[in-house]
Design a binder for this molecule. Structure first.
Ligand code: NAD
Length: 360
């Protein structure tokens, strides 16, 4: 099969790590007999410098016409003083909106080889961790009515509104159940249904959707308890599905448990198969162009792309397996370096992962 991939290298370390994801994809193509036609386009600061806008129309057009989008990272001090709509980060929000991406998938995976970096005691975390946080991305309190008003007594009051429509909850719930079917078949829906009306609707709709997935075990958890359970007994979770704000907070908490920002990918999905895949870290301007960046989060983002947009689960596993084998082999980039390991740069890490891609 021939797949069209749009790559957005972006800024800072973006081009360094995007190059490694591309070489790994090429190897997957060779080993499994696919063609990945990769087109690089501009977004973020690099796009602003070249065109005066962080998200040129050509970029959006290329993304909508492809099977999936791989984005490295955008942003940096050179563009920090620009007005909000011209800042590199505006490209991310623009892409999510224009591609209709309402589901954000944030896996929190702890590799046993890196367990030393985990801030939680080994007796609690065990030898590995694999949680998928599915966060609603385009609704809830971040998009509700907001403002400030002056009350009769002269006090200024500010407000934000959390609202969800049934269809918004239903589509994210379906995504979460579909994902659970590809994993451990357990979904924990996180809400605050003891207090919030929007959470009561959330719970009702998720429960209704669950009837279409009899193989998946559904449980409900209040968000305060979920925050606690994530550090108390993280391995109890398989898929967590939750609202925009709760997901924002819980996905950061879950990723910190794994210990390394350079290792974690993410995916943003819409109604169809088109998705955007990116590492959770930023553009790391402090190490841009130094061959020090860890390309693994980017390579694992490509693995998520293979699984969720292209339906290539075996190929995704081959990439994840290759990363694991490189870690077994004791090679480390600087951010995950520890005593007795062999330090390698961005390019060498990419090359090593490439060499371990096999049909299994
Ligand atoms: P950052 O994630 O870029 O960097 C934080 C720290 O982690 C730095 O010390 C950096 O060197 C290190 N780091 C990050 N990724 C790494 C990797 N792959 N390998 C090794 N070390 C890595 O966060 P920041 O410094 O707060 O932000 C820098 C810029 O990135 C800002 O302009 C910010 O707006 C932008 N940003 C972009 C995205 C995105 O594109 N999705 C996300 C977050 C931040």
């Amino acid at each position: 099969m021939d797949y069209r991939i749009t790559i957005i290298p972006g800024d800072g370390i973006g081009p360094d790590i995007a190059e490694q994801a591309k070489r790994v994809l090429e190897q997957v193509g060779t080993v499994f007999g696919h063609t990945f036609t990769c087109t690089s386009v501009l977004a973020g600061g690099a796009a602003y410098d070249a065109t005066g806008h962080p998200l040129p129309a050509d970029t959006v057009c290329a993304c909508t016409q492809s099977d999936a989008v791989l984005l490295a990272a955008v942003g940096g001090p050179a563009w920090d003083t620009l007005p909000g709509h011209l800042r590199p980060e505006a490209a991310l929000l623009g892409l999510r909106a224009q591609l209709g991406l309402f589901a954000n998938l944030r896996p929190a995976i702890m590799y046993p080889q890196l367990s030393e970096a985990c801030p939680i005691k080994p007796s609690v975390i065990g030898s590995s961790l694999d949680i998928m946080v599915v966060r609603e991305l385009t609704g809830g309190i971040y998009f509700g009515e907001r403002g400030q008003r002056t009350l009769a007594d002269g006090t200024v009051q500010a407000y934000d509104t959390m609202s969800y429509r049934e269809d918004e909850v239903e589509r994210i719930a379906r995504r979460a159940f579909d994902i659970a079917m590809l994993r451990g078949r357990r979904v924990t829906s996180v809400d605050k249904a003891n207090i919030l009306e929007s959470s009561r609707l959330w719970r009702e709709v998720v429960t209704r959707v669950s009837r279409d997935y009899p193989e998946v075990e559904l449980s409900h958890m209040y968000v305060d308890n979920a925050a606690m359970q994530l550090v108390w007994n993280p391995s109890q979770f398989d898929v967590i599905v939750t609202t925009n704000m709760f997901g924002d907070i819980l996905s950061d908490e879950a990723s910190m448990i794994t210990g390394s920002i350079g290792m974690l990918p993410s995916a943003s999905l819409g109604g169809g198969s088109l998705g955007m895949y990116e590492p959770i870290h930023g553009s790391a301007p402090d190490i841009a162009g130094t061959d020090m960046a860890n390309p693994i989060a980017m390579v694992l983002s490509a693995a998520l792309m293979l699984r969720y947009s292209l339906g290539l689960s075996r190929e995704a596993e081959a990439v994840e397996q290759a990363v694991s084998q490189v870690l077994d082999g004791s090679w480390r980039t600087r951010d995950i370096m520890s005593e007795g390991m062999t330090l390698v740069g961005t390019r060498e890490m990419g090359r090593l992962i490439e060499t371990y891609i096999t049909r299994g």
